[in-house]
Design a protein around this ligand. Structure first.
Ligand SMILES: Cc1cc2nc3c(=O)[nH]c(=O)nc-3n(C[C@H](O)[C@H](O)[C@H](O)COP(=O)(O)OP(=O)(O)OC[C@H]3O[C@@H](n4cnc5c(N)ncnc54)[C@H](O)[C@@H]3O)c2cc1C
Length: 595
């Protein structure tokens, strides 16, 4: 009898099993520590079994392999066939596992570009499991949000149309309240090393008079102040910081649509510069931050966009503003002119032109308007630099939009930043609102570990719409109301109100610190806003009654109160009275964390 001992087969089987587990472990370890533990257990078990088999094989070899005793097992053919099948099965398993690991690691390096439908659908399936939040747009709101959610451990996919540094005239003065939010988000270093300037308050100019309004910063750390800078530099810093997080993926691409399924937003469709194909990305939450010209907001809110005016932007070089480290507001004719430093050598000038239509730049009408009508109104210290900037010709325009937040609660998506809510930029409140919103959202999402919990997510998003209101609405209402008060008018009541506003702010004490605390975002209290607004109106009326009231002054006083009410109440109504003044009466804000 011949003895045939097939002792290598079990060892091979174990080795290949171990190899497969080990390679899948390498991938899984990358993905989750839970899987690592499970995989390690398998490996330990595999090794123990391997040792056991080795010992058995050696023992059986020792016992059976005597040169003379050769035992042919009666089931040898069956066992051989079974082992062969097992071998083929394991080989196939091993190959397919390796292929999938190759595909996945290829994706992890971010090199997967859709070449055909198969790859796209692979990408879709992969993304469905690997992204918690998609952010559309990496401007002020999107970049700050990406870093914030990334730091919270969320896997974030940001899709931004243009990742290069932008040269824009928007978002260049961050109020101290906004800077405090930046600190809360851990992003304060993004205003460092960009030649940002500290801003300590405002100077108001009217008909040759001026008044200085300092931010009420006495109770804050010396670092707290406003910051002014090039918007592009600031945004780029935030993008860079977000990109340092391994769980934040920043991709250049233009989102073309939101993907909806049974009323739930499942993700986005987008196009990259390199690929002609439309790509898709899926996540349980999509946050749209595509700015003031948003194409995607329509399904997520009821946009009522108003364009009260247009800002014409210039950069003034090598000049000193009358008040260093201050924003300057000239109560000009027909509307305000803003000036503030954006670097150690440059001053931004924004000239407000009421309405949507501005004099054309190309045919020189704009330059003419700026030189003949605006230049005489800017402070003498910067007039020469203003004319030089007009001559240089780098004139930009931007419509000033206002849009109250009016969300359509939708499963799986929300809007943020200017896509969601806009106000006149006169008071420089947009970035403060966006950053304050991010703080509210971060805190609300924190207890929801699984964003696939659709119901919990939707409830917290509903709470977000209420919780953000008092701060956002105060800043929005102030901007809208102040712009209307600061407009030059032929209406006597409005002219009185404008004059009284300047004089009220010049009184000092609480009359200036109160409104400036509102404007700076340091105390965005709706009640304080209404009180100061009507205090200005009453101050205007009171002055008319002195030294003796007359029928004419009574009549004018009544018109002032009516005009003041006509300015502020429609804005408050659009913002939502209950959410703005009585948010605590809305049940959504008492939401307990999900179990
Ligand atoms: C003239 C002007 C001056 C202003 N000055 C100030 C100021 O001094 N202080 C202040 O606080 N606020 C100011 N604001 C408001 C402020 O600029 C905004 O509130 C702020 O920029 C909003 O940030 P955001 O991220 O929503 O939008 P943005 O900063 O505009 O970012 C939107 C981003 O989305 C990207 N994007 C758009 N569409 C797509 C798409 N389909 N796919 C992918 N990406 C897309 C864009 O490329 C962009 O990067 C000003 C506004 C204006 C109009």
């Amino acid at each position: 009898m011949k003895s045939i001992v097939i002792k290598n087969l079990p060892q091979f089987q174990l080795a290949s099993t171990t190899t497969t587990l080990r390679s899948s472990l390498l991938y899984k370890n990358h993905c989750s520590s839970l899987r690592f533990t499970t995989g390690a257990k398998y490996i330990r078990r595999g090794k123990a079994a391997e040792e056991r088999h080795k010992r058995i094989a050696i023992t059986s070899t020792k016992t059976m392999m005597t040169p003379t005793t050769i035992v042919l097992d009666q089931f040898i053919t069956g066992k051989f066939l079974a082992s062969l099948i097992a071998f083929v099965f394991l080989y196939v398993l091993c190959r397919s596992s390796n292929d999938s690991i190759k595909n996945r690691s290829k994706k992890n390096r971010g090199h997967v570009i859709a070449q055909n439908d198969v790859v796209v659908s692979n990408l879709v399936t992969e993304d469905e499991f690997s992204t918690d939040v998609i952010i559309v747009g990496a401007g002020v709101a999107g970049a700050a949000l990406a870093y914030t959610l990334g730091k919270e451990g969320r896997r974030v996919h940001v899709i931004e149309r243009d990742l290069s540094e932008q040269d824009r005239i928007v978002g260049e003065l961050l109020q101290p309240g906004g800077y405090l939010k930046l600190i809360e988000l851990g992003l304060e270093d993004c205003v460092k090393k960009i030649d940002a300037q500290r801003v300590l308050g405002y100077a108001l100019f009217k008909d040759g008079k001026h008044t200085k309004l300092s931010y009420p910063l006495e109770t804050f750390d010396s670092d707290i102040a406003g910051r002014s800078f090039h918007n592009g530099r600031f945004v780029q810093k935030m993008r860079e910081k977000a990109a340092t997080l391994s769980n934040v993926r920043l991709e250049q691409g233009t989102v073309t649509s939101l993907l909806e399924e049974n009323g739930t937003i499942k993700g986005v469709q987008y196009r990259t510069k390199q690929g002609n194909n439309e790509l898709r990305s899926y996540a349980p939450l999509t946050i749209v931050c595509d700015g003031c010209f948003s194409n995607l907001r329509r399904t997520l809110c009821k946009p009522k966009v108003d364009v009260p005016s247009t800002f014409v932007g210039l950069v003034l070089e090598n000049c000193e503003l009358p008040f260093a480290n201050h924003g300057h507001v000239v109560l000009g004719d027909p509307s305000p002119i803003l000036l503030y430093p954006i670097s150690s050598t440059e001053v931004r000038c924004l000239v407000d032109v009421p309405g949507r239509k501005v004099p054309p730049i190309a045919n020189g009408e704009m330059a003419k308007y700026l030189k003949t009508h605006v230049a005489p109104q800017v402070p003498t210290e910067v007039r020469e630099a203003f004319i030089a900037a007009v001559d240089k010709g780098n004139i930009k325009t931007m419509p000033n939009r206002s849009m109250p937040a009016d969300p359509v609660p939708t499963h799986g998506a929300l809007l943020l930043g200017d896509a969601f809510n806009m106000r006149h930029p006169l008071t420089g409140g947009g970035m403060t609102v966006a950053l304050a919103d991010i703080v509210v959202l971060r805190d609300l999402l924190r207890p929801i570990r699984n964003l696939n919990d659709k119901e919990a997510l939707s409830k917290y998003i509903e709470s977000f719409y209420t919780l953000r209101k008092p701060v956002a609405s105060t800043i929005n209402t102030l901007a809208g109301a102040l712009y209307k008060v600061f407009l030059a008018s032929t209406d006597e009541a409005k002219t009185e109100m404008r004059e009284a506003c300047f004089d009220y702010l010049s009184l000092g004490g609480v009359c200036s610190s109160g409104p400036v605390a509102l404007l700076s975002g340091l105390n965005p209290s709706p009640l304080s806003l209404v009180l100061h607004f009507f205090a200005v109106a009453i101050y205007a009326v009171g002055r008319l009654m002195l030294p003796f009231p007359s029928i004419k002054s009574f009549w004018l006083g009544a018109r002032i109160i009516s005009s003041a009410s006509g300015i502020i109440f429609p804005i408050i109504k659009a913002e939502g009275v209950r959410k703005m003044f009585f948010p605590s009466t809305i049940a959504a804000i008492y939401r307990a964390p999900p179990q």
